[in-house]
Design a protein around this ligand. Structure first.
Ligand SMILES: NC(=O)c1ccc[n+]([C@@H]2O[C@H](COP(=O)([O-])OP(=O)(O)OC[C@H]3O[C@@H](n4cnc5c(N)ncnc54)[C@H](O)[C@@H]3O)[C@@H](O)[C@H]2O)c1
Length: 465
């Protein structure tokens, strides 16, 4: 039998459709696993998925995947036995028919998973430092790659994603769930129908008090401590280090994702340059010294944080729109992504859930956005509302996984593709550089190499996925 990586994906799926025999192999956990090649009515009715990183986010994806009859969860990979166990509990609770192979033999065991498993798709939900390395390996293995959100470390890394996609032809789906938020999609509908006129100025960001997430002691006391690093749990094991060592917009994609669709970035438009400025850093230190488990003598009270409490980035597009992005994760505040979508005829803002449309709204006054959001509810939401009920982040995680699975089944390019991933992730190292240079402008690379001029919008054009 040829090695897995030598098998053309289409051939493989066609052959698997004909193969009814099941092959029992021992898994790394010692139990026997059925590595069945299903007899499918059509080669891509059901896809075999693997998961790299089954922490809190990965578990959410596994759980949603298990709700679907068109997905088999065949492999999971993580280095933390607590996370593997939690994921196995989900599999048990959801009465999963297949027992996935566990890959838990260290930080590079995902390579063995990609080599040994007959995967159609993989979802990567590991700490940011691993995303590109893992996505590149998955694309090289010919496995449709879904990668969780993050900012990049360098522009080289963004180019590596693009080059690997172009060299291998393997698709990458950047898993930006906020693009599927209900109000965000309704506003996309309004933008496309011209309610706000021509786009002029947009705002967005990541404004989320993460102090509790950055410091937590353990799974039973989630969000309740001042520890981070190896002795902590989930994101506090790794995310806080970025706030110690880096100063920039560390998490740009929840904001720029929706804005990219409002302004057709990489599809008739592109980002040209940005400039970034950061405030002083106080919030994380204050959290430690004022916390009941911390105090001025706590060892972490001496940690110096590089990340400014408020990082503000201004971007410009080739079509002349300005975009202001807010990164605000270390101060007390309610959650808000701070969207403002403004054109020649009016604007919507999410923080007051209001809009104003000239000629329709009372002169110079805000109107509640609710009735507009209902009227312009996106066809996808109308169609899948009941399926999405209960899914993470107000239902949007259902739409994200749905779009991913349907793209894999159809072997289609991702609606949020590698060029979007590279452009959006690039904001992080570019904002770091701008701040380092005293807020000097930094020029965006054109990851599409000119194709942005002719690429057409594809995201959520109808109710398909
Ligand atoms: N889109 C969203 O709404 C959303 C929400 C939360 C997190 N995220 C993103 O998801 C990703 C994961 O975040 P999380 O909250 O699940 O963090 P987490 O720490 O809970 O999970 C990460 C997991 O990756 C595992 N891991 C680390 N190195 C590994 C390796 N080399 N091989 C295999 N597994 C490895 C860890 O053990 C951990 O279980 C991040 O990119 C985060 O930004 C997105």
């Amino acid at each position: 039998m040829p090695r897995k990586k030598d098998v053309n994906r289409r051939d493989f799926l066609q052959k698997s459709a004909m193969a009814g025999a099941a092959l029992a192999i021992p898994s790394s956990q010692g139990y026997a696993k059925t590595k069945a090649k299903k007899t499918l009515s059509s080669p891509k009715d059901v896809i075999r998925m693997g998961f790299i990183g089954t922490g809190l986010r990965g578990q959410g994806h596994v759980s949603l995947a298990l709700n679907r009859s068109d997905v088999e969860v065949v492999a999971i990979c993580d280095i933390d036995p607590r996370m593997i166990e939690r994921t196995q509990n989900i599999l048990t609770r959801k009465k999963a028919k297949i027992k996935p192979t566990i890959y838990d033999q260290g930080p590079h065991d995902y390579l063995r998973m990609l080599e040994e498993e007959e995967l159609d798709a993989v979802i990567i939900a590991t700490p940011w430092r691993w995303h590109t390395e893992m996505a590149v390996a998955a694309m090289k293995a010919g496995v449709y790659t879904g990668v969780e959100v993050c900012g990049a470390f360098s522009l080289d890394e963004c180019w590596e994603l693009v080059r690997t996609h172009e060299e291998t032809g393997t698709h990458l789906f950047f898993l930006e769930n906020v693009c599927y938020r209900r109000d965000v999609m309704a506003v996309l509908n309004m933008v496309r129908q011209g309610l706000f006129g021509e786009m002029v100025h947009l705002e967005c960001g990541y404004q989320h008090d993460l102090r509790g997430v950055k410091f937590n002691d353990g799974e039973t006391a989630y969000n309740s401590g001042v520890k981070f690093g190896d002795e902590a749990f989930s994101e506090a094991r790794w995310r806080t280090w970025h706030s110690v060592h880096r100063n920039g917009d560390l998490y740009p994609t929840h904001g720029i994702g929706p804005v990219a669709h409002y302004t057709n970035l990489n599809r008739g438009n592109r980002l040209t340059h940005l400039t970034s400025m950061s405030s002083k850093s106080r919030g994380l230190h204050d959290y430690i010294v004022n916390h009941e488990k911390g105090g001025p003598n706590h060892p972490n009270a001496d940690v110096e944080f590089s990340l400014g409490d408020k990082v503000t980035t201004m971007l410009r597009t080739a079509k002349g729109e300005t975009i202001v992005m807010h990164h605000d994760t270390n101060l007390p505040r309610p959650y808000s992504l701070g969207f403002r979508v403004q054109g020649t005829k009016g604007l919507w803002m999410d923080v007051n859930s209001s809009l104003h449309i000239e000629g329709t709204s009372p002169s110079h006054q805000w109107e509640a956005a609710a009735s507009y959001l209902e009227k312009y509810d996106h066809p996808l939401w109308k169609r899948y509302e009941s399926e999405a009920s209960g899914a993470g982040h107000g239902g949007m995680d259902y739409f994200l996984l749905h779009a991913f699975v349907e793209s894999v089944k159809a072997a289609q390019p991702a609606p949020i593709d590698v060029y979007d991933a590279a452009t959006w992730m690039a904001i992080t190292p570019m904002s770091e550089e701008s701040i380092r240079l005293g807020s000097q402008p930094v020029v965006f690379p054109d990851f599409t190499r000119g194709r942005w001029m002719h690429r057409q919008p594809v995201f959520a054009l109808d109710d398909a996925f």
